[in-house]
Design a protein around this ligand. Structure first.
Ligand code: ZN
Length: 202
């Protein structure tokens, strides 16, 4: 395999990237400036060292502190906690500007018939985050997972995990269910759809 083929193969491992797009990336890099490529190499090289997982919401961030800027923002609504599958979902919801509460990134979904669901998502961190938010006045948990069988399964599993806490502290649990159409993924939903889904949560 030559360098072009090797790099193309590496790009095909990116989410949603097929061989044709991967090839376009490689040719784009070949025609780009030296400074662009250097900056790209530098940022990729330092990405892991300069990024941490927030100790409160489990999202990636590049603050020097242990917690991200969202979690320490006191102007946000502490009665709301939204659970999302991954960082890009959180970014997309923030972009829609219809939500002012806090978040937790569960880090995946629970596949149907999964024998060890507690290993598919961040269960311990989630329980800790919810317990912490309860002390700050949490009233509602919004489960914002994609509307597909795996998303539904994740919703049900998290419901079971959090049941004792929800029951003891009388916390409402809602989903974006009816606002998003079946099969829709938060990652690809536009701002209006997300805002409506939030407004019409059940
Ligand atoms: Zn955070």
């Amino acid at each position: 395999m030559n360098t072009i083929q090797k790099l193309t193969e590496l790009f095909t491992r990116f989410p949603g990237i097929g061989p044709r797009q991967a090839g376009r990336f490689v040719y784009f890099l070949l025609s780009s400036s030296h400074s662009y490529r250097s900056e790209l190499i530098r940022l990729i090289g330092s990405l892991k060292d300069e990024t941490k997982i927030c100790t409160l919401c489990s999202r990636f961030h590049s603050n020097h502190a242990d917690t991200c800027s969202l979690c320490v923002d006191k102007n946000r609504d502490s009665s709301l906690l939204m659970l999302v599958e991954k960082d890009v979902d959180l970014d997309n919801i923030e972009r829609a500007k219809g939500y002012s509460g806090y978040y937790f990134v569960v880090g995946g979904t629970v596949p149907i018939l999964d024998k060890n669901p507690e290993e598919s998502i961040r269960v311990k961190e989630l329980e800790k985050a919810v317990t912490g938010r309860i002390q700050e006045g949490l009233k509602e948990i919004i489960l914002a997972f994609s509307i597909n069988p795996e998303g539904e399964n994740t919703t049900q599993f998290i419901h079971r995990v959090l049941e004792p806490l929800i029951f003891e502290h009388d916390i409402k649990v809602s989903t974006l269910g009816r606002g998003l159409s079946t099969g829709s993924e938060l990652e690809y939903s536009d701002s209006e759809t997300i805002k409506n889904a939030l407004k019409n949560r059940v």
